[in-house]
Design a protein around this ligand. Structure first.
Ligand code: ADP
Ligand code: MG
Length: 227
């Protein structure tokens, strides 16, 4: 049986600058992510991991090639349509949590759901369930600054999956944490992805964590290659 491809990158090009100073980061990168799998993206700093994830997550336009999300080619879409697809189909976790500082942990998780049209009550219930799942149910009323680094990342992960996306993209989500905390946060992330049947691509420098994923890829000369 053919496995369902939820995210396909096809011939992705990304260049910065012009003329003499032009820097080619992605040079015809191809990649397919299948439903239910977790793929590690392991490559040295500066090789284009964040660039690839930003393009895959519809946060940046590629200079060539296309992103196909659940069978829908994104190239010719309007910005409004891309934004709508990003909100419904993609969850993104950054190395630094990027939570809104003025809002509580629970409110940060409620926000994308309310933008998607859920009532405050529905959003609060789901936020509460996700916080419990991430074992920080008692921290929902706290603002990000009152949480530890590991707790902040667990809130950021909960926020990323709040709208039940198809794909979770994580850019060195545990890169800023001490090894024990990184392990704990990664366990929670993995359990959540496995339990929900999401597909995930996770950039990491941690080979031990990468070894636990279903597949490992790297970037070589601007292309994605299997490890
Ligand atoms: P990684 O995440 O693997 O460390 P990045 O995708 O962040 O790599 O960056 C890849 C390369 O592209 C780096 O050399 C970086 O300096 C360069 N780069 C990233 N963003 C920009 C930008 N907006 N303008 C110019 N160069 C950039
Ligand atoms: Mg990066």
């Amino acid at each position: 049986m053919k496995r369902h491809v939820v995210l396909e990158l096809s011939g992705i090009e990304r260049h910065y600058g012009q003329g003499e100073t032009r820097l080619s980061i992605l040079k015809g990168a191809n990649f397919s992510l299948h439903r239910g799998e977790i793929v590690a993206l392991v490559a040295p700093s500066g090789t284009g991991k964040s660039t690839l994830l930003h393009v895959a997550g519809l946060l940046e336009h590629p200079d060539g090639g296309d992103v196909v999300l659940n069978g829908n080619a994104c190239n010719g879409l309007s910005d409004d349509r891309r934004t709508a697809m990003r909100r419904s189909d993609i969850g993104f976790v950054y190395q630094f949590h990027h939570l809104l500082p003025e809002f509580s942990a629970a409110e940060n998780i409620m926000m994308p759901q309310m933008i998607a049209g859920l009532s405050r009550k529905e959003a609060r219930e789901r936020a509460s369930a996700l916080l419990d799942y991430m074992r920080i149910g008692h921290r929902g009323d706290h603002r990000p600054a009152e949480l530890s680094g590991g707790e902040q990342q667990r809130v950021a992960i909960a926020r990323a999956v709040a709208n039940a996306p198809l794909v979770l993209l994580a850019d060195e989500p545990t890169g800023n944490l001490d090894p024990a905390t990184a392990h704990y946060v990664f366990d929670a992330l993995e359990a959540l992805v496995r339990q929900s049947g999401l597909a995930a691509m996770i950039a990491t420098h941690n080979h031990e964590l990468a070894a636990r994923m279903d597949r490992r890829v790297t970037l070589s000369d601007g292309k994605v290659v299997e490890m």
